[in-house]
Design a protein around this ligand. Structure first.
Ligand code: ING
Length: 314
């Protein structure tokens, strides 16, 4: 294919298999470095790691906030345990997205992701806005989902950053289920949105058929990519973590809504696409020309109302 003036982003998604509750940061970072190296060999420029990549998905366990922060949060970023990842990425001239549990300078706990450029600089940070789960101890449940206990809602809206020769946005896991997430970044002209996720295959609230977890994950991303004319890279933390199963399905979705690459295991696995950033232009110029077709004056309910309510017309 004549490269010519076309713009491409070598986009890799690094899926991470189960991380045991006692697995050290050093052992995890070694796994992430292996994934970086494979991504580089495939031509990647940006590598997407999962949500809470450095540890097991600890919100599944009941413990005090203090214990969680002691065992599973990062007080600095980078820090000595993740510095080898930053160094290797810089050596390979790769940018990456990394999800982790952040204890901010003022001591606030967030479910956070960062965007790091090929020089190893943190160019963007996002703190998860849509926190699923609960904050009480559900003693009869097979596991907990305590994101509402261990994290505070993010303090800034969804952002996009010009780096790695593209305009890149970030979100985290449950955010992908909310259409507002994507529109806010599309309105900032995002070309690529990257995210990580930890999605348990079992629902603790009702006997949800297990296939629905993968269906909702994929239909959400495919619709959002198409409706917002963006590329999406989504990285699973998946497989079994001390007996608890989470879905895989790491995926790269094109602005057409089609799946360009998808993982086939529930372990550490790299998928890659040379993303044609001009592909989105076609859709932005016609079907989704926001300037010509959108009618914000008719959408005010979306921002004014939080919960479902009554009709607004006679
Ligand atoms: N995990 C899940 C997710 O949104 C979930 C929680 C699953 C909520 C299914 C609702 C339905 O993929 C995280 N970490 O948000």
């Amino acid at each position: 294919m004549i490269m010519g003036s076309k713009r491409y982003l070598g986009l890799a998604v690094a899926q991470v298999g189960g991380i045991g509750i006692n697995e050290s940061r050093a052992a995890v970072v070694r796994r992430l470095i292996e994934l970086l190296r494979e991504a580089a060999s495939r031509g990647a420029k940006l590598v997407v790691f999962p949500e809470l990549t450095l540890t097991t998905f600890f919100p599944r366990y009941w413990m005090s906030e203090a214990e969680a922060q002691e065992r599973f949060f990062e007080r600095q970023m980078p820090n000595p345990s993740v510095q080898p990842l930053f160094d290797e990425a810089k050596r390979l001239q790769l940018g990456f997205y990394l999800g982790y549990a952040e204890l901010s300078e003022d001591g606030t706990p967030y479910n956070t992701s960062i965007l790091v450029n090929e020089s190893g600089d943190i160019v963007g940070r996002y703190r998860k806005i849509h926190l699923p789960g609960h904050d009480d101890h559900k003693k009869d449940a097979p596991f907990q989902h305590l994101e509402k206990k261990f994290f505070r809602v993010g303090d800034q809206t969804f952002g996009v950053w010009d780096t790695l020769d593209a305009r890149i946005g970030m979100c985290l896991c449950n955010d992908r289920r909310w259409p507002e997430t994507w529109r806010v970044m599309a309105l900032q002209n995002a070309e690529v949105v990257v995210l990580g996720y930890n999605t348990p295959s079992e629902n603790i609230h009702w006997p949800e058929p297990v296939h629905l977890r993968m269906h909702h994950h994929l239909v959400t991303l495919q619709a959002s990519a198409y409706q917002n004319s963006i590329w999406i890279g989504a990285a699973a933390k998946c497989g079994r973590e001390d007996g608890h199963h989470m879905i895989g399905g790491s995926v790269i979705v094109a602005p057409t809504g089609e799946i360009a690459a998808q993982s086939v295991t529930e372990e550490d696995e790299v998928i890659f696409t040379k993303a044609d950033l001009d592909l989105a232009e076609t859709f932005r110029r016609h079907v989704f020309d926001f300037e010509r077709h959108r009618r914000p004056e008719m959408y005010s309910l979306i921002v004014e109302r939080k919960a479902r309510g009554g009709p607004v017309r006679g």
